[in-house]
Each structure stands twice: as structure tokens, then as C-alpha cells.
Design a protein. Sequence first.
Length: 607
Amino acid sequence: MCGIVGYIGYEQAGPFLLDGLEKLEYRGYDSAGVCLNDGNALVVKKSKGKLKVLKDLTEDGRTLKGTVGIGHTRWATHGEPSDVNAHPHLSESGRFAVVHNGIIENYQQLKDYLTSKGIEFRSMTDTEVIAQLIEYYYKGDLIDTVIKVLEKLDGSYALGVISQENPDEIVAVRKESPLIIGLGEKENFIASDVTAILSKTRKIYRLENNEIAILNRDSVKIINTDKDEVKKEIETVNWDINAAEKGGYEHFMFKEIMEQPKAVSDTISPRIKNGRVVLDEIKLTKEQLQNFTKINILACGSAYHVGVVAKYIFEKMLRIPVEVDLASEFRYRDPIINDKVLTVVISQSGETADTKEAMKEAQRRGSHVISIVNVVGSAIAVESNDVIYTWAGPEIAVATTKAYSTQLAVIYLMALYFGDMLGTIVEDEYKALVAELEHLPERIEEILGHKEKVQYLASKYFNTKDVFFIGRNIDYALSLEGSLKLKEISYIHSEAYAAGELKHGTISLIEQGTPVIALATHEELIGKIISNIEEVKTRGAQVMCIACDNHPEIEKIGQTVFIPKSCDMLLPSLAVIPLQLFAYYVASLKGCDIDKPRNLAKSVTVE
Ligand code: F6R
């Protein structure tokens, strides 16, 4: 959600800024802009809509003059997507320019105050107050001024500031919104995430809350708001640069679907040693674990769906009650959480505002938090008590696939590790599950090898308006994810229902030809889900099933995608593959913008 990039060096900044913004497109945006110091003045170019408009306007940045600049992709919060509301924002005289990610909660009071002093605003944004405040308080020292302005701001921000007064400097700050500093040879960078600067450098500083970075061409200095220098470790990013490129695939989403065997293997393999799951990153002792009376899972969207799967698995294997909460709801319901509750937070980006705030609420109430996070060094990873990283690599498509799969993999590892510690899994079952887990990447690969069957089924359904997903037990948790995947990228209305619940109301929506996708992988309930499928078929539904290959009879009641039979715990990782492919092929046939669906952002940094 919003992307920041900045360059200071000896080369023309324009092409890098445009390239960096392109790398950040995946975060979600509806306008884009850049500001460069051309030697005489700060020059802004910005436009509503796709980055392509700005690229065409500036010939991919080549017509922009200057070796210092900042750029931004904006996901509208305050004020509609428009040229004027796009960032960067200038102060009234045009001497200061600001890009901002986050929300200034008290912007209206600040705006009223500045307006009463005769300052005229051009945009509807909260960000413009920052540029205007800088100019209002500026008395010759930009750093002092930025520190003074920070004192006035409530809310979250990552900021990049350039000025006509200090033409050889970028000032960057963060509070609750991500920002990194890239360290190059005779050039330095700022960016919302590493994908924007990977083509230039792998050496970065991660700014922490209230740290201020002062970037010159040949140096970077980090200070705190008392102006004391902060000594930071340089981090070397080991992400493969190709991982953030399409590599011949038409869409990132498809590439990421195909990368799942490797992502799952990278997540699992280093944590299985001599047939036992070892989670060195968890510091909890057996005694601490035995003390927990409840597990509380917090997450949003697809990560929440992983949490719903985890509830079934943890309760069965650990015999501890589990509650799963949508992070956005959790902290407003006065939750019953204390030091006897273990909290598990799941987030790909590690920056989702709702999840981060829910985590802090759980910590405030004494709960120990284990986070499952993909982005190394992100806020949730850093602020949780323990973190287990998913090794999915950069996920660029807005709709998550490989991060979801690696999150599931971590849930299995946790279930086995804790089950072993607590003695709730018998040794034979433990060994069988670990052995199956080690084969999971191959099984995913096998399903991907039959993708054409799903493509064929997608061609039969893509014109539909509504789809229902049904399942029981873990299959119900999976149907939530299948439904979200389809609706978010194909814009087809879809709903997920616990199959047994249909007859309590929803079945009235089933009519001749209504598509129903039934998940029928859960062995114990196979008879029950078959009855539910018959119920909807009798009322005219057109049924597609996902089932294990030990139940060939299911093909008689609906067109079926078979997955290899595995133990129940691991089936979600297999059943989700056809669901992801189905959503992808349907969206592709409809000609949708698959990697960047309308209105959505990859990293949701506002509540
Ligand atoms: C859906 C999707 C979202 C995210 C959700 C949480 O495909 O990707 O629903 O799962 O926004 O994001 P993270 O995992 O970054 O906290």
C-alpha cells in the first residue's frame, strides 16, 4: 500500500525512480509521481492511474533532470485518486517536497491551523500538511525542522523529504510504516521495500521507529529525534533478484503458484533434522508450553484462513483450545487474553496494520507472541516474542499463493514440534507425519503437473456470476481461501459455506446451473459431504469437486480434480493448488489484471 523510492547519486535519478516505482507497483496504487531537484528548482511530475502514464510522460524517466529525487505510488486514503492528490507534495513556495506512506491522524487540525495562518492547500491529502509544516517551521536547518514537525504528527508514516535549500540531501524517517535505506557506491537509496533497489544494491539499513536517515551521495547518517547518531548493522539481503522478476511467465501469480514446491521445501527442509522437527527459533520451554490454556491466532485475509486451518490441526494434535480472530476485530472486543494464552500471529508482509496492532494488544495483555512472517526484519517479525520465517521469497502478486502455502507448512511444523514436546502425538504417528511432510513438495509438484484439467474446468465456469464453495472441517477452511482467491482476482461473486450449514438458509440461492465447488478431501466426513453435494445437485447445481484419488467414485457426482491421498493434516496444502489455479485461469479468461486486482494493495498498512 503506497510505495516510496528515492535516489541520490551522480547519475540521472529519473530512470531509477521510474524503475523502482515499477518494482513497487505490486503493493497497490492508483496514482504515481516523482520530484527531482533539477539544479534550479524542485520539479514534480505526477499522474492518476497506472505508472505507464507517468512513464510515457517522462520517457521512462529519461527526460527528468537531476541526480536527487523521490518517487511514490499512492493508494488513495484522503482524497480521491487524482493528479493533484498524487504524491510528491510540495510546500506552498515549492521549496520542500514530501512523499509519505501511512496516515496522519490529526491532519485536519494541522491543516486548519496552517490555513488560519494564510497557507493555501492544493490537495485533499493528509500528506500535504507535512510539506506545509516543514516550510512553516523552517529556519535554516532541515533536520531541526523535520524533528519539530514529527512532534506535531499523530499517526503512522514513512517519509522522504527533499528541499531546494539542501539540494544534496534526502531526509527519510519512519514510524510504524516500513522504510529501508539502500547503500550503494557513490549513490544511496530509500525504498518501501528491497524489491525496488535490488538491481542496485543488497546492502541495506532497516529504519526503526523514530529514526531519521540523512542521505548524501557518498554517505548515510542515522540519528534519533535527539540528534544522537544511531549505529546500525548493515544487513545484506539474500533474495534472488530474479525472484522479483516475471522470468518469462505472463503473471507473477502464475509464477508464484509454480514456485510452491520450492517455497514449501525451503520452509520445511532446514527444520527437519534426523527425522525430527526442530524449531530453534522458538524459545519456549516445555514447562511454559504446558502452562498455556489457549492458543489465540490473529491474522487478516488469506493469513486468517491459514489460522482457520490451524485451529483444526492444533486442537486435534495438541488438545489445546484455539480461537482464531480477524485481527481487525480482535482488539475492539475486549478479548480475554493473558499470560496463559499463546498468541500466533500470521502475516506475509509483517507490516499489516490490523495484525500488528492486534499483536500489540495481545502482548499488552501478557500473551507470548509467535509470529509467522515472510518478510525478514518487518515490524511484526521484529516486535513479536519469537518469529518463524516462511522462506517463500518475495511475493509480488497481490493475491497470495506461495506465502499461504508456506504459512501452512509452518503450522504443520509447529503442530509436530509442540505435539512432540507435550507428548500429545504418539511416536508412530509422529514419524509417519514427518515422513509425509518431507514428501509434500513432490506432491504439490505432481498436482501442478495436471494443471490443464483445472484450466479446462475454468473455461466452463468463467462466465458465471456467482460461485459457492463448500466443505466440512479443514475442507471448510480451504473453501474460505478458494472463495477469496476467486473473487479477488476474477471479480466473480463467491461465498464459502460449511457444507452442513447450507440447508440452514443458503441453499435457497441454488438454482439451475449455479456453480458449486465442493471440497471432499476429509476422509472421516466423506459420506457427509457426498450427501451435501447430492442436495445441491438435486436443486440444479453444477458441481465441481476436489477429492483424493482414493475416492474415484466422486467423479460420478461431479467433475473432479483429484489430488494424491495424504494424511488429513497435510491435505490443505494439496487441495489449495487446484483452487489457486482455478481462480487464476478464470481471471485470465476474463482478461482481469491478475497481479494487481482493482482496489487492492499487497501490503495493507492502514487500519
Ligand atoms: C489475499 C491476500 C490478503 C492477505 C492479507 C494479509 O490473497 O493476500 O488477504 O492475506 O491482506 O496480509 P499479510 O499476510 O501481509 O498480513
